[in-house]
Design a protein around this ligand. Structure first.
Ligand code: ASP
Length: 301
């Protein structure tokens, strides 16, 4: 049986200046085309989300890979999670400092090791063992992040990235990658690499990815909540709205966002932040990007 591929991505939930909307929109379009072309060429959802996220990790506009926020010591520490719903597997890394693409390391950990989640110096060591090139941490530091660090600014936008796809075989994958929060303590790990919080998937129901205030998403197991809502009978978009409403009830000013795809191929997104950078391919195969996070629902979406 052949499924209609689906793809949704995000570039963080926060309140960045409007001047950044246009360049973020352009970059999300590029990431969508990379992921969508992979799916159209018959590649797996895992490959599609990895490649789309690699693009965003390389774009210094986003808080992932190059351009990640610096921690209090001026060091980039990155977290990532890749989920393969079909095999019920995930790979995750935390506080990794010397790889260009943390999501690719997460994938290699999932497929080539017996472990699922590796952090700190061990994650860099594992990257090298798995054949990835180690780069100096400074190579990940963008000019603007260096400036924010020197100014002691903690108000930098939350521009974590994520992607969810379903491929022609109906397999679903979720990818999330982040540099965390500005001036975070060394060793701080947020929700992003935590299965159930930053991302979650169940092949019977769907997959979700979270963004925004990581400490809040962890307390709520936000992505698991979204998929549980689908299991309880909600559509993808209802589940996303429900989860964000729940978050606001439990933690007012939760500053969270979520994107979701259910196994019927419905997509959804919701946020309690002023903005959610969100892109998806609509049912006509056209890319759509919004900075307000609202999915324009068509009859079949
Ligand atoms: N959730 C991420 C973290 O707290 C930040 C983000 O989504 O931008 O590390």
């Amino acid at each position: 049986m052949t499924f209609l591929p689906r793809l949704i991505i995000h570039g963080g939930a926060w309140d960045w200046e409007d001047a950044l909307d246009a360049p973020k929109t352009e970059s999300l379009h590029k990431a969508l085309s990379i992921g969508w072309n992979a799916l159209q060429a018959g590649r797996s959802a895992l490959q599609a989300v990895e490649k789309a996220v690699n693009w965003l990790e390389d774009d210094p506009l986003f808080d992932a890979g190059t351009g990640s926020h610096l921690n209090v010591n001026g060091v980039v520490e990155m977290d990532a999670l890749l989920i393969d719903a079909e095999s019920n597997q995930f790979g995750a890394v935390g506080a990794v400092t010397r790889v260009r693409h943390p999501i690719t390391l997460a994938r290699k950990i999932m497929t080539n090791t017996k472990q699922h989640f590796i952090v700190g110096a061990g994650a860099d060591e594992m990257a090298s063992k798995l054949g990835m090139r180690l780069i100096p941490n400074i190579a990940l530091v963008s000019e603007s992040e260096q400036r924010y660090f020197l100014e002691g600014r903690t108000d930098g936008a939350s521009d974590t990235v994520g992607a969810i796809a379903i491929d022609k075989d109906g397999h679903l994958a979720v990818a999330c990658s982040t540099g965390g929060t500005p001036l975070k303590p060394a060793g701080r790990i947020g929700d992003t690499p935590i299965f159930g919080a930053g991302g979650y998937a169940d092949k019977a129901y769907g997959g979700a990815a979270a963004t925004g205030r990581g400490e809040h998403a962890m307390r709520l197991m936000l992505s698991r909540y979204v998929v549980d809502a689908i299991q309880a009978g909600k559509t993808a978009n209802e589940a996303a709205q429900d989860a964000i409403q729940h978050a606001e009830t439990r933690i007012p000013h939760s500053m969270l966002g979520t994107i979701v795809i259910d196994t019927q191929g419905n997509i959804g997104a919701a946020h309690s932040t002023p903005k959610l950078a969100c892109g998806w391919i609509d049912t006509d195969g056209n890319p759509q990007v919004t900075m307000r996070g609202g999915i324009v629902q068509k009859a079949t979406e």
